[in-house]
Design a protein around this ligand. Structure first.
Ligand SMILES: Nc1ncnc2c1ncn2[C@@H]1O[C@H](COP(=O)(O)OP(=O)(O)OP(=O)(O)O)[C@@H](O)[C@H]1O
Ligand SMILES: [Mg+2]
Length: 223
């Protein structure tokens, strides 16, 4: 396993919270500062995992039950970690990942009613020790996030299998994310996503900046 000299940041939260928007902005900022940045997403991010992404988001796996879906997510995550994330961290890159293991805990665990032990076992196998250094949890009332996502759908994107669910389900997910943030305060930071875009961008950067110092220090040591 290559030594991890990079920085791994995952972006989490409900639909329309602004994760993809902010990842793009942060990636540009960090590249301007001279960091090597890999932007990736789940489900997907590697050729094997992208093949599974389609099966999951189209709803093709839905009739076979949430356990099957959870295992497919885990299979995709394992491929993504092995093929993309770990090698990038090994060469000192900043990896920005749009959703990661907390999405499984929330979507398949809390709102899929799968036992937490089952989800945690799957995650252990999927990530094989590669945890994010920082997880940004984008918090927004579910209705506001969905309204943003629907506006985006008006621009031509069709809602996926998960966007179509009830508002109540989306609110449960919001609570589940906040619980994760509470239980894992060293790794997780909550971002108030219900603000103008530039304010969210500033908040994200202020949370990431302290970690950049660490990666710089690590890189200096190894050079
Ligand atoms: N702070 C903001 N205020 C208002 N609109 C925003 C803000 N951030 C993003 N948007 C808009 O809201 C929509 C959803 O944003 P985005 O796609 O980044 O969310 P997401 O968290 O990636 O959603 P998903 O989980 O569905 O992929 C986009 O049309 C985006 O331009
Ligand atoms: Mg997105």
């Amino acid at each position: 396993m290559p030594e991890n000299t990079g920085l791994f940041i995952s972006f989490e939260g409900g639909e329309g919270a602004g994760k993809s928007t902010q990842i793009k902005i942060l990636a540009e900022t960090l590249r301007e500062r001279g960091f090597e940045v890999i932007v990736t997403r789940e489900p997907g991010g590697s050729p094997g995992a992208e093949a599974v992404r389609h099966v999951l988001l189209s709803g093709a796996a839905e009739p076979f039950g949430v356990r099957m879906e959870a295992m497919l997510f885990a299979a995709a995550r394992n491929d993504h970690v092995e093929e993309v994330i770990r090698p990038a961290l090994g060469k000192g890159a900043v990896v920005l990942c749009d959703r990661f293991l907390d999405s499984s805990r929330v979507y398949q665990g809390t709102t899929g009613n799968l036992e937490p032990e089952f989800i945690e076992t799957l995650q252990r196998i999927a990530i094989d020790g590669t945890m994010p250094d920082l997880t940004l949890i984008f918090d927004i009332p579910a209705a506001a996030g969905l309204a943003r996502a629907r506006k985006r759908a008006d621009d031509g994107a069709t809602p996926d299998r998960f966007e179509k669910e009830e508002l109540e389900t989306h609110e449960k997910r919001r609570e589940a994310y906040l619980d994760i943030a509470l239980n894992e305060p060293r790794r997780c930071r909550t971002v108030n996503a219900d603000q103008p875009q530039d304010k969210v961008t500033a908040d994200v950067l202020s949370l990431v900046e302290p970690l950049l110092e660490k990666i710089k220090a690590r890189t200096d040591v190894t050079q």
